[in-house]
Design a protein around this ligand. Structure first.
Ligand code: GLC
Length: 741
């Protein structure tokens, strides 16, 4: 009996040790036992098969599925077709291991909501989670088990087209968004037909591409890696993300898809990640081009050793590796293969695919493009818009305005509003800005629009100018819609200049010269350099790429049904020459000083950005007062408690994102002039005042010291609160050694 009690005690301890926090992937003994059994039955080829993912279905893939040599497919977006292929895997292969179907469900499956950069601009973590939830529901209903999202790459360079896909430049906001997307996609359980496995990508540092040029080299200190680029991935893993995707980029000399330090030391060991890592599209095979492998199989060995578990469209694991292993040339690969297959099978069990490998083919009809999904897309779009300028309170416009001219290449454009990575989104589903305005205005309002001005955004065609100017002359106000086409941001869409493409700025000059009130609505997947517009347009609304309900959401804001409350997740540079320019920069030894030549600045450009991180106006005004810290001397075991009064000092109900920044004034390494460490999105009625309280564990304001040890150093700190990263009220506190308390 004694032995039995001891064994029960051991099991209890094992269970406690194994099952980490509820949110994270826990190792379930019963599942691990099933995996052990499967592994013992699998041939080497079948194991390498689970580690292989192909795109689409063709006779070769189907044969390989039948032979147990494929573990996953991507780009199958139809429940019926997915079931057909799944039947081959489950009914015709030797062990019947189900396929896992992956797709790029980045910001919606068919109900396309705003691009992720716009989602971040809402700072509404709850609504973003809801949007991810509906995306997961629609995707799963059409046979997708796994989304290659959220993309959580920090991006400080708007030349990089993929800035559109992430949450912008800040690790704290990026971490909050990562958690929202992961918990939205994955829901409370991965089994059943309403959630999908998340995949935080691209691990890691991809957004630091030199020159903002996609796929380019990245090179950074371990401190920058750990303090800026890794945090959103850690947040995704701690939120329970079941997979990550390794990136294309060379990371400080070791490609991210062959980087043992990041993939194994940090991800799998330090963070105890129990899911699996899929490569990006042939990013293993590209190790040959990087020059660290002479052929695909050598690349496969390098990626396997580093910790990549599945090869997307690369054949690095499926071809050649088995032969090398049988020849005894890569003995150390076997345990890596075993671990990789275990991780992949673990997620297939988490998804319930062994019990329910097939999708209910009638589900999609009731889920896709449902009214509630459209409403979420519309609300999130409206919350994502950032009011950049509103001189003389031009906005909101009156719905009974007599004559309104709607002008610009994107005014009636459906495709541009979808944004990059539109998955199954259809341009035909999109409500354009013109349509949204037409449905919003009163019956007596005359809306002037000439399709002639709807030319491509990049053309040099001025033929529509005359009619546009005529429309402006006949109108009481003008809505001028300018920006980028859908394919000007996203993957492989880096831009060397960030002006309005084509002749749009010339059009703007002619329209504004007419002298009527002009509201500019910007549609783009990135920040743009628009100093002339900012100087001369009376009002500017950043609309990003707002998704299929974009036109209605723009109208909701233009006519005041929604008071804009978005805040910039990225800095807007004045000119490309300022890039990289971001808010959490170091002070330098010679901070920019307009009155001192020998300070860090340009002779031909201002040092300040056009708009700062966290900036966004409202139709009302907010006032911060009474900032105080509850205790101003704290040890590393304490929590900093900050209180501030926020009042809606204007005449309209509105949402404000109160942001909290800290600055470590003196430390053993240089620290940023400010770092976002908290935010609260608050809706207040006119005249309403609310006391906000922020709690920041002191352990969260540390940094990596000169020995790369995470430390909390005693010393003075500044804490700042406000509605953007520039206009802040501040006070200070001190971190002390525990014995000083
Ligand atoms: C692409 C992208 C990646 C995407 C994958 C599958 O190249 O880099 O984000 O998930 O291929 O489409």
């Amino acid at each position: 009996m004694k032995f039995l009690h001891r064994m029960q005690a051991v099991c209890l301890i094992l269970l406690t040790v194994i099952s980490v926090s509820a949110q994270r992937i826990t190792l379930k003994p019963e599942v691990e036992e099933k995996i052990d059994k499967l592994l013992s039955q699998m041939t080497l080829e079948e194991k390498l098969g689970q580690m292989t993912q192909f795109s689409g279905a063709n006779s070769m893939n189907e044969t390989m599925i039948r032979e147990g040599k494929v573990g996953s497919l991507l780009n199958i977006r139809d429940a019926k077709e997915a079931n057909r292929l799944q039947r081959i895997a489950v009914n015709e292969s030797r062990l019947g291991i189900p396929l896992i179907f992956g797709n790029d469900v980045i910001h919606g499956y068919r109900t396309i909501y705003p691009i992720p950069l716009a989602c971040a601009a809402s700072w509404d973590t709850a609504l973003v989670r809801q949007a991810a939830k509906i995306a997961g529901e629609e995707a799963r209903a059409e046979g997708t088990h796994w989304t290659f999202a959220p993309m959580v790459d920090i991006a400080r360079d708007p030349r990089w087209g993929r800035i559109a896909e992430g949450a912008g430049e800040d690790p704290f906001l990026g971490s909050a968004m990562a958690k929202s997307f992961v918990t939205g996609f994955q829901g409370k359980t991965l089994t059943g037909q309403s959630s999908v496995l998340a995949c935080a990508k691209h691990f890691v540092g991809y957004g630091a591409a030199e020159g903002g040029r996609d796929y380019n080299t990245t090179d950074m200190s371990e401190r920058t890696l750990r303090e800026i680029y890794l945090p959103p991935f850690k947040s995704a893993v701690y939120a329970g993300a079941g997979s990550l995707m390794s990136a294309f980029n060379d990371l400080s000399g070791i490609p991210a898809s062959a980087n043992r330090f990041t993939l194994t030391d940090v991800l799998k060991n330090e963070w105890q990640f129990n899911g699996f890592v899929v490569s990006d599209w042939n990013s293993i095979g590209e190790l040959v081009a990087h020059g660290i492998a002479s052929n695909a199989t050598e690349a496969g060995v390098a990626a396997l050793k580093a910790g990549v578990d599945m090869d997307m469209e690369g054949r690095a694991y499926s071809d050649g590796l088995a032969t090398l292993i049988r020849q005894g040339k890569v003995p150390e690969s076997l345990p890596k293969i075993r671990d990789a297959v275990r991780r992949i099978l673990r997620m297939k069990y988490e998804l319930g695919l062994f019990d329910q490998p097939f999708t209910d083919e009638i589900l999609a009809k009731s889920v896709i493009l449902s009214p509630e999904n459209l409403n979420i897309a519309r609300s999130l779009a409206a919350e994502s818009f950032v009011l950049l300028k509103n001189d003389r309170d031009l906005l909101p416009l009156a719905k009974n305005i007599k004559t309104l001219a709607v002008i610009g290449a994107l005014a009636d454009n459906q495709d541009a509003l979808l944004g990059t990575w539109e998955c199954e989104g259809k341009a035909a589903d999109v409500v354009t800005i013109l349509q949204g305005i037409r449905s919003a205005v009163g019956k007596t309002t005359k809306v002037l629009y000439d399709p002639e001005t709807s030319g491509l955004v990049v053309n040099e065609n001025r033929s529509g100018f005359a009619s546009a100017v005529a429309a402006a002359k006949n109108a009481d106000a003008v809505v001028l819609v300018l920006g980028e086409s859908r394919d000007m941001s996203g993957e492989a869409a880096s831009r060397a200049v960030l002006n309005l493409p084509g002749v749009q700025e010339e059009l703007a000059k002619e329209i504004i010269a007419v002298g009527k009130p002009v509201v500019v609505v910007l549609i783009a997947g990135r920040s743009l350099t628009i100093p002339w517009l900012v100087e001369n347009a009376q009002a500017i609304l950043m609309g990003w790429a707002p998704g299929i309900q974009g036109g209605n959401a723009i109208a909701d804001v233009l006519f005041g049904d929604v008071n804009p409350g978005g805040k910039l997740p990225v800095t807007f540079p004045r000119s490309v020459g300022q890039i990289p320019i971001y808010y959490n920069h170091k002070n330098t030894g010679r901070p920019a000083n307009a009155f001192y030549k020998f300070s860090s600045k340009y002779i031909d450009e201002k040092s300040t950005p056009l708009f700062s991180f966290g900036f966004g106006l409202s139709y009302t005004t907010f006032r911060y007062s009474g900032l105080k810290v509850i205790a101003d001397r704290l040890t590393s075991n304490d929590t900093l408690k900050v209180r501030v009064n926020l009042m809606n000092s204007g005449k309209r109900k509105g949402a404000e994102v109160a942001q909290l920044y800290i600055r470590d004034l003196i430390a053993s390494v240089t620290r940023p002039v400010k770092e976002l460490k908290g935010f609260q999105r608050v809706v207040l009625q006119p005249g309403e005042e609310k006391m906000l309280e922020f709690s920041i564990p002191i352990t969260e304001i540390g940094f990596y010291d000169s020995m790369m040890k995470y430390v909390i150093e005693p010393g003075k700190f500044e804490v700042m609160v406000g509605g953007n990263s520039d206009e802040l009220v501040s006070t200070d506190f001190e971190v002390i050694q525990s014995e000083e308390k």
